[in-house]
Design a protein around this ligand. Sequence first.
Ligand code: PEP
Ligand code: MN
Length: 273
Amino acid sequence: MEWKFLKSSGIDSRKVHVDKDVIIGNESETLMIAGPCSIESWDQIEKVAECLVSCGVKVLRAGCYKPRTNPYSFRGLEEEGLKMLAEVRKKYGLKIITEVKDATQVETVLKYTDIVQIGAKAMWDYGILAQLSKTKVPTLVKRAFGATTQEACQIVEYLLDGGNENVLLCERGIRTFEPNSRFTLDLCGAEWIKERTNVPVVLDPSHAMGFRYGVPNLALACMASGPHALMIEVHPDPPNAKSDAAQQLTLSQFSKLLPRLKKVANAVDRKII
Ligand code: PEP
Ligand code: MN
């Protein structure tokens, strides 16, 4: 038996079509994805959307169902948030990516989004995988922080084998002995995925670093390594964000980072889409 995620299966690279000008997996292109950890209000998401549109970013990411390690933390606006995202999509022409936390939301989330995210803590949720594998919806799997690259790829295999070939794999940091960052971004693992597998790779420096100060440099390093997509958390007022307050970039930090990302992309013969 040959894993479908391997290049040696006969498929060298997979391309995920979100829209005619949003195709993830082209060799020399990196899709920029940005947005707040959680959607919190219409005012908040509109500020983010305006910033993304002015920067030429096409995909907005925001969570409505948040898996929290502390049960007393904000858990998301749920369907009310999804409705706002749908409104943002219509008003600003942005594509949307949002997360499912467990299998009970899959059907609801599918009504509103362009790309579904399976969060790191839900990577092994076989209920979610069973449902999404029966669809063709572009699905971004975040590697669990305690999973090897092989284990993450085997989760991708569930979707491929079930018939959903529109899968992306996101490296967002693994747990190591290093306490000064939230996680450790495994760029070596990402290289292995690019070398051996046919699955587009997404890099998420925000969750790996966990602290705003390191995110811009880490994002530049990610871009230099040539991911198929780069995902960054941005918020109009990060210190008061309801989740991941320490790591989200301000809108102004993000706007200043983009031209620098473009220079790095240029230097490694890539184009940001
Ligand atoms: C997120 O993307 O906001 C998130 C919760 O990330 P992760 O699943 O990687 O922890
Ligand atoms: Mn987050």
